[in-house]
Design a protein around this ligand. Structure first.
Ligand SMILES: C[S@@+](CC[C@H](N)C(=O)[O-])C[C@H]1O[C@@H](n2cnc3c(N)ncnc32)[C@H](O)[C@@H]1O
Length: 315
């Protein structure tokens, strides 16, 4: 994720007008977030999750099938404060436009891989047939509160099969956790298997090797910052992006969170995220290896994306 881009507090906020018909009434949905919290231990009993079949036996991580980052486990309930859903409106609009450029029409069905708390999904048109897939139960729980009418699937995007196809597959923030090329290929193959002929895949890494630079970003929300939490909680976040080993295909993001409870108690947390640092060529190679054909994204739209946009279709 790129909080420095998404959380630009000088940028206009709110929902942009859409050329795609009825965009979901986001403010109503955001209201559902207010005043509530779900602990991660109660997730499974509160969610009606679909579990999908693994199809690929060989993934790089020995801990495949589990999420270790605290942000997506015991801190997932803070996600709406750390990365407010309102901040994703423009991106959602941009990605719809990119899909439309590749498909020649607005996608009617879309699978989002690694959909997290559903902060992007909440801005997609309500009439869209949308499936949200993530490996972290606590993130899916948060997403289900925000997107109660959408289907949620608990699965590893590198190795699952839903047994159906979509007009579009979106691989957004979660692509940053595919640190090894074989995982990127595996996920692109999963995406390809879920596309109808003529369907489109959009991959949006925050950073690529060619343009990597050490960086610092701040974010977070709460009552003082028009955040979504009326329960009186606030959060501030800092992301320090750096590359301890320029020879490998990863970089590191040291995240620090200050989490303030309604009684004024503040907890400081340090969470380390290892993220993918692949070249442009590697992304295209992995997309091609999955049998997809790269297509040129309209330059103006691509330039408006926070990171790099890779667009491909299934012939
Ligand atoms: C930054 S969050 C995504 C936030 C999302 N864009 C939103 O709108 O809330 C990244 C997500 O990727 C998910 N993820 C990481 N590796 C995954 C995998 N192998 N399969 C499925 N989800 C994965 C994490 O569980 C986490 O929820």
């Amino acid at each position: 994720m790129l909080i420095g881009t998404r959380h630009d507090r000088t940028a206009p906020r709110g929902i942009s007008s859409s050329s795609y018909g009825a965009v979901a009434p986001v403010q109503d949905k955001l209201a559902a977030l207010r005043g509530g919290s779900v602990s991660s231990d109660s997730v499974d009993s509160r969610l009606r999750l679909a579990y999908c079949q693994p199809v690929s036996p060989s993934l790089s991580s020995p801990a495949s099938g589990s999420i270790r980052e605290r942000l997506y486990t015991d801190l997932a309930d803070w996600w709406p404060l750390l990365s407010p859903p309102e901040d994703y409106a423009d991106e959602a609009q941009r990605y719809l436009e990119l899909f439309t450029s590749a498909l020649g029409q607005v996608p009617h069905s879309l699978l989002e891989l690694g959909s997290g708390g559903g902060h992007l999904a909440v801005h997609l048109p309500s009439e869209m047939d949308l499936v949200l897939l993530d490996l972290a139960p606590a993130m899916l729980a948060a997403s289900q509160r925000l997107n109660p009418t959408r289907r949620h699937v608990l699965a590893d995007m590198r190795s699952c099969s839903l047994g159906r196809s979509f007009d579009a597959v979106l691989l957004h923030d979660a692509v940053m956790y595919l640190t090894q090329p074989q995982d990127l290929v595996a996920t692109c193959r999963v995406a390809a298997a879920h596309l109808r002929t003529g369907g489109a895949l959009l991959v949006l890494p925050d950073l690529v090797a060619e343009t990597f630079a050490e960086g610092l970003a701040v974010g977070g929300g709460g009552p003082d910052w028009s955040g979504p939490d009326d329960a009186g909680r606030s959060a501030r976040m800092m992301e320090w992006t750096w590359d301890p080993d320029p020879a490998d295909s990863t970089y590191r993001v040291d995240m620090s969170f200050l989490l303030r409870q309604p009684d004024g108690t503040v907890q400081a947390i340090h969470d380390v995220h290892t993220m993918a640092l692949h070249s442009l060529q590697t992304y295209w190679d992995c997309i091609r290896a999955a049998g997809l054909r790269p297509v040129e994204a309209p330059p103006l739209l691509a330039a408006q994306c926070p990171g790099q946009a890779f667009l491909a279709v299934k012939d």
